[in-house]
Design a protein around this ligand. Structure first.
Ligand code: SAM
Length: 231
């Protein structure tokens, strides 16, 4: 059952267990706004969480917006937020892969789970107000969602369509670029941002150091936004 409500900084409501919009959410929204890619376009927001990116796409002038999330609380929360914001967002409960049922899209946006995770490594519990582990845990290399997504997103896009994705350095952006290129998209990193570790990465810092992915003592990560286009 839903246990707590918090006011996210974006003015949206998030409930316990739903990913509260963070730097990565805002970074993706900023790039979407700067590129003007949502205006007048059919947009799909995969892994919508609170719906923050989908609502921003609608506010930036998208002609239609659909959104997907596997988490029931997130889907319900995104619907409520869209309604409260007066944004026309069609929220579906289900995997991002369900987007294939209603495509193609001119713009696909995604802030997926991308944090490397070792189920056997000890890590401190994270407050449910930040979200649920499903929102960030993405296997030992952080690519549990990224790999199938990169292989399939080409088929979600209309010719000339674009894909905007935010991810961490720890989930190996060059593999994302290679996978997108392999699928026939022209892909590049279009924005970088350094941010301090949040509670999730803080809880994994020891493991990331032990496995050689993090310099001892560093507590900042680099986020990137990748833009890929279907010719
Ligand atoms: C990092 S959060 C991003 C939420 C929101 N888009 C934002 O930027 O604040 C990732 C979201 O992906 C959802 N998710 C995880 N696996 C998924 C999947 N296979 N298909 C769709 N959604 C998924 C989680 O429930 C979570 O809400």
């Amino acid at each position: 059952m839903t246990t707590a409500y918090t006011d996210a900084p974006d003015g949206l409501i998030t409930v316990a267990g739903v990913y509260a919009p963070q730097e990565d959410s805002r970074f993706l929204i900023d790039v979407m706004e700067k590129t003007g890619l949502a205006r007048g376009r059919r947009v799909a927001d995969l892994c919508t969480g609170s719906g923050v990116v989908a609502i921003a796409a609608s506010e930036q002038g998208a002609s239609s917006v659909v959104a997907f999330d596997v988490c029931q609380r997130s889907a319900r929360c995104a619907r409520g937020n869209a309604l409260a914001a007066g944004a026309d967002v069609d929220v579906h409960l289900g995997s991002w892969a369900r987007a294939a049922e209603s495509g193609p899209y001119d713009l696909v946006v995604c802030n997926p789970p991308y944090v490397p995770h070792d189920p056997d490594a000890p890590c401190t519990p994270i407050s449910s107000e930040v979200g649920s582990a499903r929102a960030w845990d993405a296997g030992r290399d952080g690519r549990l969602v990224l790999d199938p997504l990169c292989a399939s997103v080409h088929d979600l896009l209309a010719p000339g369509g674009a894909f905007l994705l935010v991810q961490s350095e720890f989930a190996i952006p060059r593999q994302t670029l290679a996978a997108l290129a392999e699928s026939g998209l022209d892909a590049e990193i279009v924005a970088y941002q350094w941010i301090p570790f949040g509670p999730v990465l803080e809880s994994r810092a020891g493991w990331l150091e032990e496995t050689g992915r993090l310099e001892p003592g560093r507590r900042e990560e680099e986020l990137v936004v990748i833009r890929a286009e279907r010719p």
